[in-house]
Design a protein around this ligand. Structure first.
Ligand code: 6R9
Length: 648
């Protein structure tokens, strides 16, 4: 953003106070902000006491060699013990840990006592396969309980896991196996997706062949489909794990012992293996899951709809909820199988009280229509969360109104794979909520918005989001590449973590996220955020979803090109396009009017639901498409290309 700070275009005046009863019984009150401000490290030291340490840490943060942080470094603990055993020891062995809902309606309930046995057996099996402390294990699985069990078994023996999203190609899996030098892969024959078994093992076979270093493949039988088998290498989970002893004594590891590597693709270059360690990561995931969702472990039923292959699944299906002894739902399939009310049917069936999902899902539900959730009893819900992208104010309002009975708080949580857990978000019992804004850094977190020269922008200004103090669940490095870690995150602004997101501060000082800096458009010398133009489009009753990009333009530098998905009833026409352009002009000002608006059937998205604007930019600029390997459905791009007349 060289010419001018991000234009501050969107005005959102709606406000929602926390419900009185929730505020009165909230886990966290406004005092937490004061307390953390007065003594930030003392605050985190106190949060670390949520965990059970084998040896209590005496030092909170060692920041003597920035940006390489060490949190709680003289403490030792076992992460799996914290997520499982200690709840059983505390007398909660009969509490449900996981209500598993298979796509085809099959299900299974695991109590904490059962989870302890399963994790112990899996840990013993990994030991039998020769896995030792520090060895990396790749996990390529559908959304089934064995995935969480496998991750916890790795944590239990100190073997960092690298979960690779089950939808990624064998290529992507092979690169990640190689980069982490993983000798063991845990997978399944397949999983259910859209009513059909979807194979995983063939991709593993190919990846293992290509990587050339894998010694054992442990295979869960989920679908029963035929699989190729290599007797010297492949082992069935039900044969290898089931015969193990359910006794396994957890070993204690240093707080900074690596817990997992998770690859983020980024826009260019080879994927970055984001490294997270044990004590600080678990402290912040447990704290945020408890604070931001106001979790009451005895009564709440939590459901995070993310895939475990995404960081959201790591932190808010596996580590945060289980460290807190929560009861949660885990769902294998898609939201429209066998019908478009599937999510609401699940909420009703299990009495879900806290729901955590992504804006892309919410916009899809909006498109499907209000009458679908209206058919189900959603009265158990008391807190709704959003993560993954900026949530358009209209989607926020829809979520609260149609899912939350116009009463539940919506927490819009900003964070990244790199931050490990939530960083900027309202608190449900404290914050007067603003639709579309993540609002404030959590207690103990220091975030701000700066301009090109690293000066903090005043209220009303826009620029780059930075984190100004280390935090417990921060990434420790990029696996095998400390220099890339420094260059990517710590070099843009001296001494500050550069998140790569554009942001603005409103007149109250609240933070609004405006999308990736790489996506910001420069139109006639004005930096305009894709998010704001998209939100303006989505606020029109005919638009369900929108993706906006800047395409090279001779007169204005870049011109705004919008791809829109129309709502079911809206017909595509010249008049509608003109109306949409005028609507954006009226909402944001003439500078933000898209030059072209193209109705499309689908938008290109990553597996975690993020719109891949760079591919749309390629289309808008008539270029060869870049890397499409992380796309959910690559045929989407063919459809979009046929919509686009050759650029003028
Ligand atoms: C957790 C996760 C990180 C990027 C991040 C930002 C976007 C996530 C957001 C949000 C606005 C929110 N993002 N949550 N933008 N508001 N509440 O998504 O991790 O997959 O690494 O993506 O997602 O652009 O920088 P990850």
């Amino acid at each position: 953003m060289s010419n001018e700070s991000l234009a501050n275009l969107l005005k959102e005046e709606r406000r929602f106070a926390p419900p009185a009863d929730l505020a009165a019984n909230a886990n966290v009150t406004a005092e937490a902000y004061e307390q953390a401000k007065a003594d930030r490290l003392g605050f985190w030291a106190e949060q670390a006491r949520r965990l059970t340490w084998a040896k209590e840490p005496t030092e909170t943060l060692d920041w003597s060699n920035p940006p390489f942080a060490k949190w709680f470094k003289d403490g030792t603990l076992n992460v799996a013990y914290n997520c499982v055993d200690r709840h059983v020891e505390a007398g909660h062995g009969d509490r449900v840990a996981i209500h598993f809902e298979g796509e085809s309606g099959d299900g299974r309930t695991l109590t904490y006592a059962q989870l302890k046995d399963e994790v112990s057996k899996a840990a013993n099996a990994l030991l039998e396969l020769g896995v030792r402390k520090g060895d990396r294990v790749a996990i390529y699985m559908p959304m089934i309980p064995e995935t969480a069990i496998a991750m916890l078994a790795c944590a239990r023996i100190g073997a960092p896991h690298s979960v690779v999203f089950g939808g990624f190609s064998s290529d992507a899996l092979a690169t990640r196996i190689q980069d982490a030098d993983a000798r063991v892969v845990i997978t399944a024959d397949g999983g259910y997706r859209r009513g059909k078994p979807s194979a995983l093992k063939p991709a593993v076979d190919e990846a293992v062949e290509r990587a050339g270093i894998v010694e054992h493949v442990l295979v869960v039988r989920r679908t029963g489909q035929d699989v190729a088998w290599d007797d010297s290498r492949d082992k069935w989970w039900h044969e290898t794990v089931e015969r193990q002893s359910a006794e396994h004594t957890p070993e204690e590891f240093d707080a900074e012992h690596p817990l997992f590597i998770l690859y983020t693709s980024g826009t260019t270059g080879k994927p970055k293996g984001i490294l997270h360690t044990s004590g600080g990561y678990l402290t912040q995931t447990a704290y945020t899951h408890w604070a931001v969702f106001d979790l009451k472990p005895e009564t709440d039923v939590f459901w995070c709809t993310a895939d475990v292959g995404w960081v959201t699944g790591h932190s808010y299906i596996v580590y945060g909820p289980l460290a807190n002894g929560a009861t949660q739902v885990m769902y294998e399939g898609t939201p429209d199988t066998p019908h478009q009310g599937r999510f609401w049917e699940i909420v009703q069936k299990y009495g879900v009280t806290i729901l955590y999902t992504a804006p892309t899902a919410i916009r899809t539900f909006m498109k499907w229509g209000d009458d679908i959730p209206a058919k189900f009893d959603l009265s158990s819900l008391r807190v709704l969360g959003s993560v993954g992208e900026p949530i358009n104010p209209e989607a926020w309002i829809w979520y609260r109104k149609n899912i939350g009975a116009d009463a539940t708080p919506v927490v819009d949580t900003w964070w990244q794979t790199e931050t490990g857990s939530m960083m900027i978000t309202p608190l449900p019992g404290v914050t007067e909520a603003k639709p579309g804004s993540a609002q404030r850094p959590l207690p103990g977190i220091a975030a701000t918005v700066v301009d090109d020269e690293a000066n903090e922008v005043p209220n009303g200004g826009g620029g780059y989001l930075v984190l100004t103090e280390p935090w417990p669940s921060m990434l420790r490095t990029i696996w095998g590449d400390d220099q890339r870690f420094i260059d990517t995150y710590w070099s843009r602004f001296e001494g500050k973590y550069f998140a790569g997101d554009g942001a603005k501060r409103d007149d109250d000082g609240d933070i609004w996220l405006l999308g990736r800096v790489d996506d910001v458009m420069l139109v006639s010398g004005h930096n305009i955020s894709t998010t704001e133009v998209e939100s303006a489009l989505v606020s029109h009753p005919s638009v369900a979803e929108a993706a906006v990009v800047g395409a090279a333009d001779e007169t204005t530098g870049q011109a705004i090109v919008a791809f829109v998905i129309l709502r079911g009833t809206a017909a595509e026409s010249e008049d509608l396009v003109t109306e949409l352009r005028n609507h954006v002009g009226a909402t944001l000002g003439p500078i933000a009017k898209p030059k072209r608006i193209l109705p499309v059937a689908e938008l290109p998205k990553t597996r975690s639901g993020k719109i891949m604007r760079r591919l749309l930019r390629d289309v808008a600029e008539n270029r060869q498409l870049g890397d499409v390997t992380t796309l959910t459905d690559s045929t989407v791009m063919d459809l979009i290309q046929t919509k686009l007349p050759a650029a003028p």
